[in-house]
Design a protein around this ligand. Structure first.
Ligand code: ARG
Length: 580
């Protein structure tokens, strides 16, 4: 059920009936001011300008034309034309009641399955032999919400964890790995320390650094021993990362890993191809592509290096190869990258080369779904007190222990395994939601107190609304009360009406999240829905209502609201506890 889309199509038909070309499109959207109507169409004004017609008059004609349709009059109670030519629409309460009662036995809650496309999503993508830090948290959480949303809408989604598993640092890591105690190897819990030690020796010990450089060359040549050592490093690292994914409830698995190294064989072929077709050129032994759209300060076309003088390839070369692979081998229709905003220019340049070479056709979109940095309360990059990076695993442990303390204060009757489970759902949910609910394009301030608050646009607020619904329905069951959808639902108050409309907007919002990769749209929706439910719950008698039909209708609404909250949270990868 997508009310905006239904109304848009009716308005579109009306315009066409009035002789307006079908290339001119019009769309309806939820009204920002409840008092004016439920939906509004404001695109009539620019259309009228384009057609050189008085906008109000065109709006009135569109309304008259729409009213001739039987379907429209069943759905719409009242049209009004306001201001310069805005069309306000009030929906019929009977139509709303019918629409919401039809959701009773629908596990998808009215959300249609979209025509399937194949979408490749690059997310998380940490670097090997480095502990995942909070910076990777955003990509992992936001990317996974996008995966879940698109999958729910019926698309085929391929997750790709494009890990940084290649580069010259592996020479020193292998040399160092040779010397650490074998027993410690598999429990290499302090990867950060391992990396630091290797680097220190590389900088200080000439024999060590010679060996390290030797191993880089051997690794690149495919030497068995070096590859085996490299594999071990990758495996240990990714086993640790997998623990973070599992704790976070993120859907990535080892099967989704396809790191930078997987594209090695493609790199020389691509560089040769670009040289041959004069897209790239040799310059003092290196290979460079000049892009007209990228100029330096002097206004000269900027060169993008794709092969170094020593024959080594770059991060850009790999990204050219991986985009090509995602289209030509995986047959993606759309390719999304959840990558730090600071890599925007890098991706834009790599893709400009990809397009220039025709490796990915224009109809397949390459989208950088960028995100800002995670900052502390003072607006500084998120660091430990000593200035080090905060490890993701430690952050998650803290989230769960803070949630435990919170529950112990609020609900001391919850103990034992139930407390552990609930603290995980609330703690992890709060961290994820805090990130998801902000517009991802800006930096975001990580603040324990606000994310674990029961007030405002937070996970606990929404989870609490869900738990309250659950306990209301349990009570109703205990009292032997019944409710179902279907015929005979009656909604008489403004509180009920607003709640019904919000429930019916689930698909509208999911579609926006899917289009823009902006889970904050879903968070805002769930927050609004939970707030509307609170108003409904606070103002209207439910269990004690003497009128059986009204009581049933209200219980049904509570039930459906709970199911929308659960479904919405599930598209974000967040759980809904049974009680709190
Ligand atoms: N490994 C990179 C980093 O940690 C992110 C990779 C993003 N994906 C890509 N195709 N470049 O910064």
């Amino acid at each position: 059920m997508n009310i905006a889309e239904i109304l848009s199509s009716y308005a579109q038909c009306a315009l066409q009936d009035l002789g307006v070309s079908s290339t001119i499109t019009v769309s309806a959207k939820p009204s920002l001011r409840e008092a004016l109507g439920d939906y509004q169409i404001d695109a009539i004004i620019p259309i009228a300008k384009q057609l050189r017609l008085p906008p109000r008059q065109l709006a009135e004609h569109v309304v008259e034309q729409m009213q001739t349709s039987e379907a429209v009059s069943q759905m719409v109670d009242e049209f009004s034309v306001a201001g310069a030519g805005f069309i306000n629409i009030r929906l019929r309460t009977a139509w709303l009641a019918n629409a919401v009662s039809a959701l009773a036995n629908d596990p998808r809650l009215g959300v249609a399955i979209q025509p399937a496309t194949h979408i490749v999503i690059d997310y998380s993508s940490p670097n090997v032999a480095k502990e995942m830090h909070v910076g990777h948290l955003r990509s992992t959480i936001i990317g996974d919400a996008s995966v879940r949303t698109l999958t729910f809408l019926g698309h085929k989604v391929t997750r790709v964890n494009h890990i940084g598993d290649w580069g010259t640092q592996f020479g020193m890591l292998i040399a160092h790995l040779e010397e650490v105690d074998r027993k410690d190897l598999l429990s290499l819990s302090d990867l950060e320390g391992f990396y630091r030690d290797a680097k220190k020796r590389y900088d200080q010990d000439p024999i060590f650094s010679r060996q390290a450089r030797n191993y880089v060359v051997k690794l690149q040549q495919g030497d068995d021993y070096c590859r085996k050592m490299w594999r071990q490093l990758v495996d240990i690292s990714m086993q640790q990362n997998q623990q973070n994914y599992d704790r976070l409830g993120v859907s990535l698995t080892p099967a989704d890993i396809r790191g930078e190294s997987a594209y090695n064989a493609m790199l020389p072929v691509i560089v040769d191809d670009l040289l041959e077709r004069h897209i790239a050129q040799e310059e003092q032994g290196a290979v460079v592509v000049y892009l007209d759209d990228y100029k330096n300060k002097q206004g000269e076309a900027m060169g993008v290096l794709i092969r170094k003088q020593d024959g080594g390839y770059l991060y850009t070369t790999t990204d050219i190869a991986c985009a090509k692979y995602r289209y030509q081998t995986l047959h993606a229709d759309r390719i999304l990258y959840y990558v730090d905003a600071r890599q925007h220019q890098h991706l834009m340049m790599a893709w400009a080369i990809v397009r220039k070479a025709g490796y990915v056709p224009e109809r397949v979109s390459l989208e950088h779904h960028k995100f800002g940095m995670m900052l502390d309360k003072q607006g500084q990059p998120f660091k430990t007190r000593e200035g080090g990076t905060i490890k993701l695993s430690e952050l998650l442990t803290e989230a769960v222990s803070r949630a435990t303390r919170l529950i112990e204060q609020k609900s001391p009757q919850i103990t034992g395994p139930e407390l552990t489970e609930l603290a995980t759902i609330i703690g992890i949910g709060a961290v994820k939601y805090a990130d998801l609910s902000k517009n991802r394009t800006t930096d975001y301030i990580f603040d324990w107190d606000s994310m674990l608050s029961f007030e405002g646009n937070t996970a606990p607020y929404i989870q609490y609304a869900g738990a309250r619904i659950r306990s209301l329905l349990d009570k109703a069951h205990q009292q032997g009360l019944e409710w179902q959808g279907g015929e005979g639902l009656c909604f008489t108050t403004g509180e009920e009406r607003a709640l019904v409309i919000a429930i019916l907007q689930l698909e509208e919002r999911l579609t926006l999240v899917a289009r823009d990769g902006m889970p904050n749209i879903m968070c805002q929706y769930l927050y609004d829905l939970a707030s509307l439910f609170s108003r409904f719950y606070a103002h209207l008698p439910i269990l004690v209502h003497s009128d059986v039909d009204q009581r049933k209708s209200r219980l049904y609404l509570a039930d459906i609201t709970g199911r929308v909250l659960a479904l919405g949270l599930s598209t974000l990868g967040i759980g809904l506890p049974e009680r709190m």
